[in-house]
Write a protein that binds this ligand. Sequence first.
Ligand SMILES: NC(=O)c1ccc[n+]([C@@H]2O[C@H](COP(=O)([O-])OP(=O)(O)OC[C@H]3O[C@@H](n4cnc5c(N)ncnc54)[C@H](O)[C@@H]3O)[C@@H](O)[C@H]2O)c1
Length: 434
Amino acid sequence: MEDTLIGKLNRREAVIGIVGLGYVGLPLVLRFAEVGYRVLGLDVDASKVKTLNAGGSYIEHIPASKIRGARAKGFRATTRFAEAARADALILCVPTPLTLYREPDLSFVIRTTEDLLPHLRRGQVISLESTTYPGTTDEELKPRIESRGFRIGRDVFLVYSPEREDPGNVDFNTRTIPKVCGGTMAACLRVGLALYKQVIDHVVPVSSTRAAEMTKLLENIHRAVNIGLVNEMKMVADRMGLDIFEIIAAAATKPFGFVPYKPGPGLGGHCIPIDPFYLTWKARAYGLNTRFIELAGEVNRSMPKWVLGKVIDALNQHGRALKGSKILVLGLAYKKDVDDSRESPAAEILQLLEDGGAKVAYSDPHIPVFPRKRDYRFKLKSVPLTPATLASYDGVVLATDHKAFDYDLIRKHAKIIVDTRGVYKADRKRIFAA
Ligand SMILES: NC(=O)c1ccc[n+]([C@@H]2O[C@H](COP(=O)([O-])OP(=O)(O)OC[C@H]3O[C@@H](n4cnc5c(N)ncnc54)[C@H](O)[C@@H]3O)[C@@H](O)[C@H]2O)c1
């Protein structure tokens, strides 16, 4: 089985099934199609499937022309999981969020696995890419697959290979971002490497699926902890009358031993605010507390409130109360130049401002309508930035530093600017660092 599957992969005769066609799955579809594989996309969202089959895209940085290019090379999407039997590789890219109680929510991974189970066949490789805690592949996927009588490493092959997609990053793409891969056993790893080396320049083997799962968590926890650290430094610097961005830029001239991280209004996105708590949860089963993760989470989660305090101070200096003020939040996406607002601190800032009695609005060229969210129910549309609209607000909060914003226009016409991204030099009269 192993040699047959590796041969099919090497000759690019294999059919690649991508399950979950979101920010992670769709770039993989395009990459496998680009090098000549037939790609089958599976998703439970019928509207996404329809859009893709009509040659359209629902992700801003993936142009429809690329989807049409993949379609011309045989890519097709479906909601019918029975078609998974046709695929030689099944790559799972489904969400791994947290529950309301901030514990891992593996329901998407488990549901996908169970939906695929009846359609698995000998000679397939199954790869999980969703970010998760060490042990998921072994404890959740392996026994389910074995329950169908398959021998892993003989009949089917199981690997974990974490996605490192960085939407909006123009320096790296799916092909050039090295990819880590761990297998349930040596044969699984050999097949996993054969699968990914066709589309990724540098594939990094590790000793097990657990090691691969932990690698991804280390990467994201490293970010979360360092962002927490720099956010704390920002608050200290602010109290001392120092500009944290000047200090970071100066420290970054050290050619070794320092990695610059930027402070901001809090953590956002599908990964950094969430993934560390997958490890926290699992570590508890080993009698361990992940204190760095908790501490960084505490600092990062406090940032929107800190920004709120800065808005209140700024208004106060201009003789105004938050209650009754009109505040415009600039940027709803969790980071610059993307259309993704998952876990965005800007949404929390809007909520805090509204709770304080402000009349709120937002402007984000990448997100025309405030999306449906579990925690927020705003019925807002993005406000276009003109001299008149800017001047009609008592203050603006720069939450996300999109390139598309006209920063001179904002500086000229906003009455007060509360800047969480270090775009402006604060003067503590009209421009306030937050
Ligand atoms: N977005 C990123 O930049 C990024 C980067 C690295 C890792 N990740 C990880 O990759 C995983 C996927 O993230 P994403 O950003 O692509 O999510 P997403 O929400 O953009 O996409 C997930 C897709 O899965 C589909 N889906 C949900 N349940 C399904 C099911 N049972 N069967 C088939 N499809 C189903 C959804 O309809 C959606 O299209 C997560 O674990 C995330 O942590 C994301």
